[in-house]
Ligand binder design. Structure first.
Ligand code: DWN
Length: 411
């Protein structure tokens, strides 16, 4: 654990903090009953966010060792969201068609998790290599025939792959360029590995949406960075790459950008328009972030008031989604077992564990029909429509949903 004093992107010493969520446990480090009985054993780390006025990179102010985050006790498997699986398959099939990928091509995915996305290329006969340091996820991918290296990606890993005579026609980096403490080594690795006419697509939630939707719960130690088109452009150009296009997915992870990056400087009119819109809105200026903390305080107060009022009426409350964002929500807001009894989650690796910090038990969603709570706090609000459709029987039986962002709402 080390506090940073300079921007991780450009090295500027002008970082300006705009939000402090206090000391929180690691969001995906779901605890066992050993920790529940001995809470002092649970590690907590400062969680604060700063803006760099030089390169517009938004970043947390403390480094947590990546092996702690993604290796020692990492239970996130991508294949538990139907929406994400559909989104990923569409992307893979579109790349195969538009890039003319075939048996002579190579697709490399960074943070390939359990093979949820690369399997679509394997099924079409396109060679792939996955990188993911999380051992269980890498093993799950290899088991379904997705060649995966259980290691972090960076310039050294890129050089090793090139030394095997391999250059990537496509590099996919979804929810990872924001997750590594050294963005320059990561991007330099992509630049080194990418074929001359290759394409990199990078997906990460939009920092613009994070602010607009008050999605402060998407801030946690795994997320070192919160990107805009502007910050991505500045980061990749430092390594001779160029931001050439951006796609936007409003319903994925609370608003996700997919940036198209390559060796050639060939920006689409759309990405130029988005960069201009960000400048117009002020995403390259500290003032855009200055009053975010106040909005977060209001949301937290309103949510506690809503939960407290329901409890005062004798209502029972549970939560849906042992999501990383859910850990920030319950810990930064102070939602303990006195308000929320338990959390349901379809991910079987998470069932039987407890929420970090607040220690609600994580159980199978079947309980929502067998012994339904009066209200269900959607910690995985980014999948609200999928979850509410899936839990229609709970709703038909009178169950209510609480959507916490952008302002708490009882549905
Ligand atoms: O960057 C990251 C984001 C993109 O995904 C990773 N650091 C980790 C992860 O963050 P998260 O845990 O907040 O992501 P999700 O995918 O929003 O988490 C949803 C949780 O809800 C998962 O534990 C799966 C679960 N779930 C469920 O039980 N039933 C999800 C759906 C859609 C469902 O129907």
């Amino acid at each position: 654990m080390t506090a940073i004093s300079a921007c991780r992107g450009c090295g500027s010493a002008e970082l300006k903090q705009f939000l402090d969520l206090g000391e929180t446990p690691l969001a995906d480090a779901l605890v066992t009953d050993a920790i529940v009985s001995e809470p002092s054993l649970e590690e907590r780390f400062p969680l604060a966010v700063a803006f760099c006025p030089v390169c517009a990179l938004v970043q947390i102010t403390e480094d947590v060792e990546p092996t702690k985050l993604f290796v020692d006790n990492y239970l996130y498997f991508s294949s538990f969201s139907d929406h994400l699986l559909r989104h990923s398959r569409e992307h893979a099939l579109n790349l195969i068609a538009t890039r003319g990928l075939d048996a002579d091509s190579l697709v490399v995915e960074l943070a390939s998790n359990d093979g949820y996305l690369l399997k679509n290329f394997v099924d079409e006969g396109v060679p792939v290599v996955g990188f993911d340091p999380a051992p269980d996820q890498a093993e799950a991918a290899n088991r379904i025939g997705v060649p995966t290296r259980a290691e972090f990606f960076g310039l050294e890993a890129a050089k090793a792959l090139r030394a095997e005579g391999k250059a990537a026609d496509v590099i996919i980096a979804n929810n990872v360029m924001a997750h590594i403490p050294d963005p320059n080594d990561f991007v330099a690795g992509m630049a080194h590995l990418l074929a001359d006419d290759g394409l990199i697509t990078v997906e990460n939630p939009s920092v613009w949406d994070l602010v607009d939707r008050v999605a402060f719960d998407t801030i946690y130690h795994e997320h070192f960075f919160y990107h805009s088109c502007t910050s991505v452009k500045n980061l990749v150009e430092r390594h001779g790459l160029h931001l050439n296009h951006v796609e936007y997915f409003p319903d994925l992870h609370g608003g996700t950008n997919r940036w198209h990056i390559g060796h050639r400087d060939d920006p689409s009119p759309h990405v130029l328009e988005r960069l201009a819109a960000e400048h117009e809105a002020g995403l390259d200026d500290f003032e855009f972030f200055a009053n975010f903390g106040g909005k977060v305080d209001t949301l937290r107060r309103d949510l506690l008031d809503l939960l407290g009022a329901l409890k005062a009426e004798g209502k029972t409350i549970a939560a849906y989604g042992a999501a990383a964002k859910g850990a920030t929500m319950v810990n930064a807001t102070g939602i303990g077992t006195e308000l929320v009894d338990y959390v349901v989650d379809r991910n079987v690796h998470k069932q039987g564990r407890f929420m970090p910090g607040t220690h609600q038990p994580i159980v199978d969603p079947a309980i929502l029909v067998d012994d339904p709570p009066d209200a269900l706090l959607l910690l995985a609000w980014n999948f609200a429509s999928e979850i509410m459709a899936q839990q229609s029987e709970y709703a038909d039986n009178g169950g209510r949903f609480i959507v916490p962002v952008p302002s708490p709402e009882l549905i």
